[in-house]
Each structure stands twice: as structure tokens, then as C-alpha cells.
Design a binder for this molecule. Structure first.
Ligand code: GDP
Ligand code: IMO
Ligand code: MG
Length: 430
């Protein structure tokens, strides 16, 4: 059995799509286990840039079967658009190689409307959600009134969609938001059901059989550890378990699948966050502009899903050590090392300080982070462009020292180093 879990070790956008693409070259299945189209995963192959929101990034490799797991919340409109986008790019998308779990929950326009209305009602305390209806869809799941992909096959599906819109209208009304007409939503969802019915199946069964047959299953996390509903910077989090253990629940795999699993923590060489919430190592001014980029390159720090500029800062080693523990990360994939080229000095947060005490680890996880001050270690930067490096020894000594310090700080070895957005710009560390 080979389960490989790729999970974000920070606040999302670590470059998971790009790392999944690397592992998918030798995988049989690629499966998303959480979230929905709040995710934006980028894979760059030559001049082709794929931006995936729902379909696992692994689908670009022709031998891979792609699975949208039960832990996801799926907007069928986005899914169908993405399937079309992939087809136009020459990727085969058919029931032969794409599956949608019958237990995945559906997102509707009513969820999206509610997401926006709730954010507006939060005012200054808003979370800065992606507005994709993620929170309301997971709320309906937990309230046991959600609609699942398998329900699309039921004869009373349209009636249930209508009831759901009417029910959500009650809350929208209380929030003073415009109400939705159920009839067009019912029509729309009837068409989606017809278009997607052949993709809906019990994916847990198939993944279990695949693992038993010795196949390789790649579990692709969305968001990142610090956005996990339990272990993130609550309440400034998403509504699912983003961390690696979430792959078991979100794909319907038993604990036996975890034995010997490889858990790859994807970590950007610096820190970013989009949306509200604490960020101890955040920087501003010219340095922020330098790390974020002007927006001229596709990899500059602007959200793949919303286009919002990402907040940026120095790598936080305390939070990374926490991510290694919570996920059970066995190895790191460090991305965007190329962005740090040319900086005189790098700062790395190695501990926090509060009330005259020094903390190497957090006693209450990332709660009340705003009360802690980062303690920095300074390391020399490097001036060389690293984007053409393909072996560990090609990297400048200062870059190697930076990566070695990160590994020592968090207790997980660096196994992959990404030095550019393009598929080939990768160093596999022996
Ligand atoms: P994800 O959500 O974790 O999959 O990450 P995103 O795709 O949202 O954001 C990562 C961005 O950085 C994308 O534009 C990637 O193409 C790009 N990227 C990934 N790795 C590297 C790298 O090593 N160097 C550079 N310059 N860009 C990278
Ligand atoms: P990928 O998979 C970065 C953030 C939002 C907001 C919070 C809650 O591309 O790494 P939600 O819409 O989920 O209710 O928003 O989570 N967020 C992400 N930030 N990358 C993502 O996905 C994100 N998905 C959600 O900005 O702060
Ligand atoms: Mg992203």
C-alpha cells in the first residue's frame, strides 16, 4: 500500500499543485480530500499554466485517475467549467479517469450568497473568505441538511434543491441580503446532475481496492495547516481539516492506509497569507513588495482564486515545527527558493517571546498569536539566480545552509526544492 499525502504547512498557496504534479508522474490515483473551489492550485508545464480549483492537479498526467473525495464541498458549475478548461488544454476528462464521491457535499448559489452576507455582517471582524460558499456548505453538512453528490441521482433532487434555497432565504432575509429565486437554481442543478451523474461513485471503495493492489494514491490537500478548522489560527481559518490526517476521513480510508504513508509538507521559502488573521512574521514596505512581486509574473503573490495581494513575511520556524507535528510530516518540499535570491540577509523566526519568556513551541497552538513577538536568527543571503539549479550541489552554499537550518529547526528533512514554477525546475535531494 502506498499512500502519499501532500499537505500545505503554512497558510495555503505553498505550491502544493506544483509538488503534486511532481509526485503524480509516478502515481496511479490523485485525490483531493478537503475544501472546494476556495483552493487554487497552479501547475506550469512549458507555456501551459493550469489553474485548478477542484480537480486534483495530478490529472494532467495521463495515467492518473483523479478523485474528488467525500471530504470536499463541490460547486458543480465550477467543476464542469474546469473539466472544459482541461479538455481544451488536451487533457482527457471522462468517467474513465475522473470520479466524484457520492458523499461529497454540493455548493449552491445559496451557499455563496450566504457566505457574502455573513462576511458583510462580520464587518471589521470579517475572515476574508474566498466567497465561494465553503463555510455555509460545511455548516449544512454539520447540520445534517446538506445535499450530496449522490443526491443528484435521486428523483426528488430538484425538489430538495428548491427546499434548500427556500431554507437559506430565511437566513439571507434575517441578514438583510437579497433573496434567491429557487426555480432557476432547480433548473440549473437538474442540468448539472445530468452532466455529472456518470462521474458519481463510492470513491472510498475504489481507493481501498487500489491501495490493496499496491497502487500509489496521492492525496492532495487544499489550503494549509494554519487554516485547518481545528489546528489553524481559529477563527481565521477555513471550514475543513486541511492537515494530513484529514486525508483519511476525507477519502474514506481506514487507519491501516496510514501505516508507512509518506507525508510531504509543502512549505514556501518565506511566509504568505491571504485574508485576515494573525501573522507574527509579516513584513511591510519595500521588503513586502520585493517578496510579493509586482504582479508581472504568474507566480507573484496574488491569490489564484481571488486575485487578492497576499500578505508576506519571513519564514516562521515555530509554526513550521508545529505543522510537522500536527501533520506527521516525514519530509519537506520547499518552494519558491528562487524568490529569495538577491537578498543581503535572510531572517528566520526560531522562537517567540512574550511576557519576558521565550517559547520554542506554542503551548496553545496558534491561538492568541498576536501576543507573541518573533525571535529572529539572521542568515546570509545569496546573490546567484538559482532557477537553473537541478542538483543540491548546484545551489549556492548560503542557500543550502538556509535549507539545512529550516530542516534542523522543524525536525523534517528537505527532500524537494523548487526553484521555479515550471515542472522541470526542481531539485530532488538525495
Ligand atoms: P497552491 O495553492 O499551494 O497549489 O499554490 P498556488 O498555485 O496558489 O501558488 C503558488 C504559486 O507559485 C503558483 O503561481 C506557482 O506556479 C508558483 N510556484 C510554485 N513553486 C514555485 C517556485 O519554486 N518558484 C516560483 N517562482 N514560483 C513557484
Ligand atoms: P489553496 O488550496 C490560501 C483562506 C481565505 C480566508 C480563509 C477562509 O490554494 O492553498 P474560505 O473561503 O475557505 O472560507 O476562506 O481561508 N483560504 C486560502 N488561502 N490558499 C487557499 O487555498 C485558501 N483557501 C481558503 O483567504 O482567509
Ligand atoms: Mg493556491
Amino acid at each position: 500500500m502506498t499512500l502519499q499525502i501532500i499537505a500545505g504547512a503554512q497558510w495555503g498557496d505553498e505550491g502544493k499543485g506544483r509538488i503534486v504534479d511532481w509526485f503524480a508522474a509516478s502515481a496511479d490515483y490523485a485525490a483531493r480530500y478537503n475544501g472546494g473551489d476556495n483552493a487554487g492550485h497552479t501547475v506550469t508545464v512549458g507555456s501551459q499554466v493550469y489553474k485548478m480549483h477542484l480537480v486534483p492537479s495530478g490529472i494532467i498526467h495521463p495515467q492518473v485517475t483523479a478523485v474528488l473525495g467525500n471530504g470536499m464541498v463541490v460547486n458543480p458549475r465550477t467543476l464542469l467549467d474546469e473539466m472544459d478548461m482541461l479538455r481544451r488544454a488536451g487533457v482527457e476528462v471522462s468517467p474513465r479517469r475522473l470520479r466524484l464521491s457520492c458523499f461529497a457535499h454540493l455548493i449552491t448559489p445559496a451557499h455563496r450568497a450566504l457566505d457574502s452576507a455573513l462576511e458583510a455582517a462580520r464587518g471589521k471582524g470579517s475572515i476574508g473568505t474566498t466567497g465561494r460558499g465553503i463555510g455555509p456548505a460545511y455548516t449544512d453538512k454539520a447540520s445534517r441538511r446538506g445535499l450530496r453528490a449522490g443526491d443528484m441521482l435521486a428523483t426528488d433532487f430538484c425538489e430538495r434543491i428548491g427546499d434548500h434555497v427556500a431554507e437559506t432565504n430565511r437566513t439571507l432575509g434575517l441578514l438583510g441580503a437579497p433573496l434567491l429565486d429557487p426555480a432557476p437554481v432547480c433548473d440549473e442543478y437538474r442540468q448539472y446532475a445530468a452532466a455529472l451523474k456518470d462521474y458519481v461513485t463510492d470513491t472510498s471503495l475504489e481507493l481501498d481496492a487500489a491501495l490493496r493492489a499496491g497502487k500509489t494514491v496521492l492525496a492532495e490537500g487544499a489550503q494549509g495547516t494554519l487554516l485547518d478548522i481545528d489546528f489553524g489560527t481559529y477563527p481565521f481559518v477555513t471550514s475543513s481539516n486541511t492537515t494530513a490526517p484529514g486525508a483519511l476521513i476525507g477519502l474514506g480510508l481506514g487507519l491501516n492506509a496510514a501505516a508507512g504513508a509518506r507525508v510531504v509538507g509543502v512549505v514556501k521559502a518565506f511566509q504568505t497569507r491571504v485574508g485576515s488573521g494573525p501573522f507574527p512574521t509579516e513584513v511591510g514596505g519595500a521588503l513586502a513588495e520585493r517578496l510579493r512581486g509586482s504582479g508581472a509574473h504568474p507566480w507573484d503573490e496574488y491569490g489564484t482564486t481571488t486575485g487578492r495581494p497576499r500578505r508576506v513575511g519571513w519564514l516562521d520556524g515555530v509554526l513550521l515545527r508545529y505543522a510537522v507535528r500536527i501533520n506527521g510530516i516525514s519530509e519537506l518540499a520547499v518552494t519558491k527558493l528562487d524568490i529569495l535570491s538577491g537578498l543581503e540577509t535572510l531572517r528566520l523566526c526560531v522562537a517567540y517571546e512574550a511576557g519576558g519568556r521565550r517559547f520554542e513551541d506554542l503551548e496553545r497552538g496558534p491561538a492568541a498569536l498576536e501576543t507573541f513577538q518573533p525571535v529572529y536568527e539572521e542568515l546570509p543571503g545569496w546573490q546567484e539566480d538559482v532557477s537553473a539549479c537541478r542538483r543540491w550541489d548546484d545551489l549556492p552554499p548560503a542557500a543550502r545552509a538556509y535549507l539545512e537550518r529550516i530542516a534542523a529547526l522543524c525536525g523534517a528533512p528537505v527532500r524537494l526544492v523548487s526553484v521555479g514554477a515550471e515542472r522541470e525546475q526542481m531539485i530532488a535531494v538525495a
